[in-house]
Design a protein. Structure first.
Length: 221
């Protein structure tokens, strides 16, 4: 039997951070003279920096601003590192899947000190087999590449693997990669949006998924 991967997005799925990212991106954009509605910023969370700026400012924007905007966002967000908190049930779910024989992989655009802060907040390093960073792929979500890279890290097949995320970008990436997409509402995206993007199942958060694990996609994959 080939390895089964339980691939998880991090921001909004395992860590309660989406609204922090929203505020920090909104402020970084405001400082640079861009007025973008906060609800639009929230809808773009989950994309990598370049794709997020494409989505919010258009592809005809001045790309020379990108590095400064991304740096401003990172600086603002770093002030929250010591106060990051997990979503309810996140660590318990990862440990349960690990004990059940799943290879748990994180698929995230975070890296460096930001990733360290997120993993410390989640508190389940003992259950995590690998981390797939956006730095390791040419295209971020909603492309399939980040999910396929996560599978490669643990030698897992797409068939029989599951991807858990909170954004429409996560659901689309999972579908394109051929894994089962499971959505959670903890990132602020609506049930209808996740379903339209391809979610096979939707839960309030990781705590609800843990409580329903025995009748979830993890038992049917």
């Amino acid at each position: 039997m080939s390895a089964r991967a339980a691939v998880f997005d991090v921001d909004g799925t395992l860590a309660d951070t989406n609204h922090l990212h929203t505020v920090c991106w909104w402020e970084a954009l405001r400082q640079a003279g861009h007025r973008v509605p906060m609800v639009s910023v929230l809808g773009a969370i989950g994309l990598g920096s370049s794709d997020l700026l494409d989505h919010l400012l258009g592809k005809d924007r001045d790309p020379g601003e990108d590095a400064a905007l991304s740096a401003a966002h990172k600086t603002l967000y770093a002030t929250w590192f010591e106060r990051l908190v997990p979503v309810d049930g996140a660590a318990e779910l990862l440990r349960r899947l690990h004990s059940d024989g799943w290879s748990v992989v994180l698929a995230t655009s975070a890296n460096g000190s930001e990733l360290d802060a997120l993993r410390a907040a989640i508190g389940a390093d003992d259950a995590i087999a690998a981390t797939a960073s956006a730095d390791d792929v040419e295209e971020g979500k909603p492309a399939a590449e980040p999910v396929l890279h996560a599978l490669e890290l643990v030698g897992a097949e797409a068939g029989g693997s599951v991807f858990v995320g909170d954004s429409v970008w996560d659901m689309r990436a999972a579908r394109r990669a051929g894994v089962v997409p499971v959505g959670v509402l903890s990132g602020g995206v609506s049930r209808a949006e996740l379903a339209k993007a391809g979610a096979a199942e939707i839960y309030a958060d990781t705590a609800e998924l843990l409580g329903a694990l025995d009748r979830s996609a993890f038992r049917r994959a």
